[in-house]
Design a protein around this ligand. Structure first.
Ligand code: SF4
Length: 196
């Protein structure tokens, strides 16, 4: 089990707000209340999809979602942004790998509030382990999900640092601290496995 107390302390020392929930359902209730009436964009995220949060928010917030036909630019212009991470170190670093770049860009600049929704499976003991997981666990699973013609998608075992035209790993963002280009950043820890 992750050391949530250590993680909380390290994230707070790096400028992130931290909330913790035992279940995804509790986290959805919390965010549903908190984001009432706000303009919300999001990045591609299996965590977010599985939580069903977007459907809940659509009832009473202004949701800008590429899942609903909106552009990435629409999501980027929203005051609130939701995403997960590909790896979170107990030492406090947040790691994301992206292909288009919309998701990592929005974690760094331009939003009043960014929420990182993180299931227990994303947490690793330190930076090297979190980066390893992002590259060798999260990215191959995402390549498989997207039906990419990459060695990781065929074999599903690790990253091959491929030169494929369909490579999905084109940008790596490590947040050492909350960037000054966003207003608030909150890491929502959920003690259930979620997403990749
Ligand atoms: S770099 Fe290529 S092989 Fe490695 S995870 Fe990304 S798409 Fe797969």
């Amino acid at each position: 089990m992750p050391d949530y107390e250590k993680l909380r302390k390290n994230l707070e020392a790096r400028g992130f707000d931290v909330t913790y929930f035992d279940t995804a359902a509790e986290a959805v209730d919390y965010l549903d209340r908190k984001l009432d009436g706000k303009a919300v964009g999001h990045g591609g995220s299996i965590t977010l999809r599985d939580m069903g949060l977007i459907e809940r928010l659509q009832r009473h917030a202004t949701v800008r979602s590429h899942w609903l036909g909106d552009s990435f630019a629409d999501a980027a212009a929203s005051s609130v942004y939701l995403t997960s991470v590909n790896g979170l170190a107990e030492t406090g670093e947040l790691i994301n790998i992206d292909g288009t770049g919309n998701r990592v860009a929005s974690t760094i600049f331009g939003h009043e509030e960014v929420y990182f929704l993180v299931g227990s499976n994303k947490i690793a003991p330190d930076y090297d382990a979190a980066l390893w997981r992002a590259r060798n666990v999260a990215s191959p699973k995402n390549a498989q999900r997207l039906g990419k013609k990459t060695p990781c998608a065929v074999r599903g075992d690790k990253c091959y640092d491929c030169k494929s035209p369909e490579r999905i790993c084109r940008a790596l963002a490590v947040l050492w601290e909350k960037p000054t280009g966003i207003g608030r950043a909150e890491v929502v820890l959920i003690d259930e496995p979620l997403g990749y």
